[in-house]
Design a protein around this ligand. Structure first.
Ligand SMILES: Cc1ncc(COP(=O)(O)O)c(C=O)c1O
Length: 355
């Protein structure tokens, strides 16, 4: 739309705005200002970032930026994923100067599936993306935290179509995070924010506004987070977690993944939980459609997601789940995942030699 002449701010008007003197910085001044923000003496939360825009790694948080004309920024044309950085090998004879990325390959596979659904073509083959992530983690020296990475249609202009973006972009950042096993139960609500349609819910794209609003709604109502129910009345997922139930018959039940994000932690839980079936603690492990009524009658309920790895849910829409206390089977499943994270099978360990 054309702006009318009355919308145009003239140079003399700008000069007259003495009350609002917006500084115009030189590159040196701006760099100094950005660094001031991070040099407060506190430990820096982001030890390292990679950007394909400059083709390398920076350890300076003041330079951990992405271009404003990147289509991921102004159009949401980007996908992302994560992995957990852990040094807790859980055994005494392994050098402590090594860490690993838990389930990196599973996350990378989902990342590339998301990119393909979003029609974003990676600037690098999978092996290069993986190598960049391993090198970034090594350089960061981070022993416990998360790795987050994005594929974007890239910088170029402010249009919708990525046709004017010469090359897609890959960004990754290491975040120090001292997470620990969650053993306290939380309260949840049913979200009134409409959930994403299956196409958008099954790809991990950067459009998380419904998820943000859903968490904010929960917080406003004194809960920790929320649960989405789909239009057919089946349980879907939480805003950044999957959800699982233990029925009164000791069945571990997870909602099917066809309309929601296929959680890497939930998938790993489904692989590990049969151990509890072998021990006679659980009867069966399955994914299926779960109605709200079945879910609310569960004996135990939990969120399932990367850093938790399980978070017990004890109250839903003001009603207790089971006896309203953290369930024993929830804790047993949480232990299975936590031990797996700390000392996972050889195939899951991605050794990161710190430099
Ligand atoms: C919407 C949504 N569902 C589920 C999950 C859980 O996935 P994961 O176990 O891979 O962290 C996430 C987190 O990434 C998510 O954002």
């Amino acid at each position: 739309m054309e702006s009318s002449s009355s919308d145009v701010i003239t140079a003399s008007e700008i000069e007259n705005c003495s009350h609002l003197q917006v500084p115009v910085y030189s590159s040196e001044e701006l760099f100094e200002k950005l660094q001031e923000k991070w040099n407060s003496g506190k430990k820096k939360p982001y030890p390292a970032m990679y950007s394909s825009v400059f083709g390398g790694i920076t350890l300076d948080p003041a330079l951990m930026v992405i271009p404003i004309d990147d289509h991921m920024v102004h159009r949401g044309h980007g996908v992302f994923d994560t992995a957990i950085i852990f040094d807790g090998w859980g055994v005494v004879d392994v050098k402590l100067d090594q860490g690993y990325l838990y389930e990196l390959d599973v996350h990378l596979d989902r990342f590339l599936r998301s990119a393909s659904k979003a029609k974003i073509f990676s600037p690098f083959p999978r092996s290069t993306l993986r190598s960049i992530l391993v090198q970034l983690t090594a350089v960061s020296q981070c022993k416990k935290g998360t790795l987050r990475y994005w594929l974007s249609s890239g910088p170029g202009n402010f249009l919708l179509s990525p046709a004017g973006c010469p090359i897609s972009a890959f960004y990754a950042i290491v975040i120090d995070d001292d997470f620990s096993q969650c053993k306290e139960g939380v309260k949840v609500i049913t979200s009134t924010i409409p959930m994403k349609s299956p196409l958008f819910a099954t790809m991990k794209n950067v459009n998380y506004l419904p998820n943000v609003l859903s968490v904010m709604e929960a917080e406003e109502k004194g809960a920790s987070a929320s649960i989405w129910v789909d239009e057919e009345g089946y349980i879907a997922e939480g805003p950044n977690v999957n959800v699982a139930f233990i029925t009164q018959d000791k069945e571990l039940v997870l909602p099917s993944f066809d309309k929601i994000l296929s959680g890497c932690t939930a998938k790993r839980l489904l692989e590990l939980a049969p151990k509890l079936v072998e021990q006679g603690l659980l009867k069966i492990v399955k994914t299926t459609n779960v109605t709200v009524e079945e879910a609310k009658n569960a004996a135990e309920m939990m969120y399932v997601g990367s850093t938790l790895p399980l978070l017990p849910i004890i109250m839903w829409d003001g009603q207790p789940i089971g006896d309203g206390r953290v369930g024993e089977l929830t804790l047993a499943l949480s232990d299975l995942l936590w031990v797996d994270m700390k000392a996972g099978p050889e195939t899951q360990r991605l050794s990161v030699p710190y430099v």
